[in-house]
Design a protein around this ligand. Structure first.
Ligand code: NAD
Length: 330
């Protein structure tokens, strides 16, 4: 019988995993560990591998080890595949797949929630209420239909974000090298500088790669309106965290919401209330009432979890049977 191993499995994924295993007649074993050099040996004896994490899977030795175990693939049950060195994977005959679209709405709806918290100053209000200050001072807000939403990267998730804000009556502009005709009624494409100058909410939905690392930096933050909000529910390193802290402290922008932050690996998704963690920038941002932090939960809805499990496992079987998955990234 074909035997697959899934790493970093959460209890909420088990129902979908058991159902897939039963329906496909394939043994699927699970563990709660991240995949890396110290846990890679667990994959020995398995036919296929599914992982999900936000930290790197390790250096060249890890890829060589998987090859020596006779494995032919690494399937990620997430979208971003920056944790895998694709050159190393290819060099060791490992096909890498991701789940490019498990539910773009899941992230888009979190962006809506973050935007509304920022726009209505709910963070500021909560802090004040905790000390008995129920005054209205500084809480006057704008209405979302009067605002311009600027989307950097209007792909699957950015398009879903655009449709939500357009439905609320906002003007939506987007910067993306790819112009999608199906979005003609939803948004207007602009240059990046124009977007930064005009948007009341700037929300980033690009992949993390060489062109987008620190795309939001001192220069781009300075180009935003001082009344504007920044949202990053894509990948942490797209925003230069120190520049963001500087921009918030100096009032260069009005607030920010982050579902992903530099150095989040090993922190987001983990209970660190007892052991603590080492990310001073996160502490600084957590203490700011005009900053909303969520621990990389954009993807985390029931529909999305089920799709991630099923699509990743289907991809493993496609590759093991000699087929080509539409989700191959190398
Ligand atoms: P996608 O590939 O469908 O869309 C990305 C878009 O960005 C594309 O249209 C591309 O042309 C555009 N783009 C690329 N480089 C650009 C640049 N320099 N400037 C402007 N546009 C650029 O990707 P997606 O599925 O929509 O995912 C978007 C991001 O969301 C990724 O970073 C992904 O890792 C992240 N993500 C986060 C969560 C979460 O839980 N917060 C969940 C899923 C995905």
């Amino acid at each position: 019988m074909t035997k697959l191993l899934m790493y970093s499995v959460r209890p909420d994924e088990m129902e979908a995993i058991r159902a897939w295993s039963r329906d496909n007649g394939v043994q699927v074993d699970t563990n709660g560990l991240e995949f890396n050099a110290s846990t890679a040996d667990l994959a020995k004896g398995y036919d296929g591998l599914v992982i999900q994490q936000h930290g790197s899977i390790g250096g060249p030795d890890v890829y060589a080890k998987l090859k020596s175990f006779g494995l032919h693939q690494i399937s990620l049950r997430i979208t971003g595949y920056d944790i895998v060195d694709l050159d190393q994977a290819s060099a060791n005959g490992l096909v890498v797949t991701n789940v490019p679209a498990y539910s773009p709405r899941s992230v888009a709806e979190l962006v809506l929630a973050q935007a509304m918290r920022l726009v209505r100053h709910l963070g500021e209000s909560s802090v004040r209420q905790a000390s008995g200050d129920f005054s209205w001072n500084g809480l006057e807000a704008r209405e979302i239909h009067d605002m311009t939403v600027g989307i950097i990267g209007a792909g699957k998730i950015g398009s879903a974000v655009a449709r939500i804000f357009r439905a609320l009556g906002s003007r939506v502009i987007a910067n993306d090298p790819v112009h999608r005709p199906e979005l003609a009624d939803v948004l207007d494409y602009t240059g990046l500088d124009e977007l930064l100058e005009q948007a009341d909410i700037v929300t980033v939905h690009t992949p993390l790669d060489g062109t987008t690392h620190h795309l939001i930096n001192g220069r781009t933050l300075a180009a935003m309106k001082p009344t504007a909000f920044l949202i990053n529910a894509a990948r942490g390193p797209i925003v230069d965290t120190q520049a963001l802290i500087g921009g918030l402290r100096s009032g260069r922008i009005a607030g920010a919401a982050l579902d992903s932050i530099e150095g989040e690996a090993g922190i987001f998704g983990v209970d660190r209330s007892v052991s603590g963690y080492d990310n001073a920038a996160l502490d600084v941002l957590e203490a700011m009432p005009n900053v909303e932090i969520s621990p990389h939960i954009g993807f985390y809805t029931d529909a999305a979890v089920c799709n991630m499990v099923q699509i990743a496992l289907d991809d493993v079987m496609t590759i093991l049977s000699g087929g080509v998955s539409p989700h191959q990234v190398n």
